[in-house]
Design a binder for this molecule. Sequence first.
Ligand code: ADP
Ligand code: MG
Length: 347
Amino acid sequence: MIEDKNPQRTSIENLGEFGLIDHITQNIELNQDSTLKGIGDDAAVINHTASTVVTTDMLVEGIHFDLSYVPLKHLGYKAVMVNLSDLYAMNAVPTQITVSIAMSNRFPVEAVEELYNGIKLACKIYNVDLIGGDTTASQSGLIISITAIGEQKEDDIIYRSGARDNDLLVVSGDIGAAYMGLQILEREKAVYKANPNNQPDVEAYSYLLERQLKPEVRKDIPKLLKELDVKPTSMIDLSDGLSSEVIHLCKNSNVGMKLYEEKLPLDPTVIAACEEFNLDSTTIALSGGEDYELLFTVKQEDFPKIKANPSLSIIGHAVPNGEGIHLITRSGEQIPIKAMGWNSFQE
Ligand code: ADP
Ligand code: MG
């Protein structure tokens, strides 16, 4: 994909490490008041007025992404989203990121530019400053490690540990689409391999592909909850899949949970794709990862404030710890929920 689409190829060796860093970090705007020093010294300097919230995520070629179908600009954008999602899940406001990359010198400079175009676009849209990073060679594929930094008043930070018996379990948006987008991409890759003249036909799947390739994190949800005057008791983002995130919330909060199959929010295109791939849509909703929606609990008394909101679905409620974590199926059966989330150590 890189080779075919970029007729112009400038070798990284021509620029050298410092030349490359200068090249990708030129024209970087700083917009946050808390950024006292960005790129260009031994370290950046930040001055938050509230508590500082920090998170890091690493993306590794062959484990988290496949460059044969992921455009580098999308990859850069998504790498930032993955990190910002964790900050929003703490109810923090993102302010800065650092970006470290390891890559082979088979990458032309234009490819690194594409990656950074995605990173910079994400910074612009989400109003975060790119304040530093590290650049090194790699002998085996591309690695991107991003650290995201945010701030929030100590009392307003939301942890995984605050859910209590009877709290309602709420998820934003819809789930399972990113996973089905990945299935489409894998299928098209196989078709292309078998016959490179086959043009992929992906029109009908645009929502699924967008959710996989260009996810947007739910910046709007903390704002919405504030407007509704609802403060979640616990919160987590959906990166690995609903079932494993529910288990994390329950373990950290010492509660059990009942989830209702009929309440799981699925886009019609997810249901259609599941039928096409012969997959059970409830299983996909529970185990498909990378939705980057927010999952949180609220007190029962907040029910009237959230019940009619189209961005929020109440999918269950907390029960005493000893009662365990179950899915109640449409036919009323109780099925224990196990962690089936996406796990990079699984074959
Ligand atoms: P040092 O040797 O002191 O670690 P570097 O030469 O690695 O400094 O980096 C110089 C400056 O460029 C630093 O401010 C660093 O944060 C920034 N930088 C280096 N690599 C990247 C990158 N991939 N993305 C963004 N900033 C970077
Ligand atoms: Mg360095």
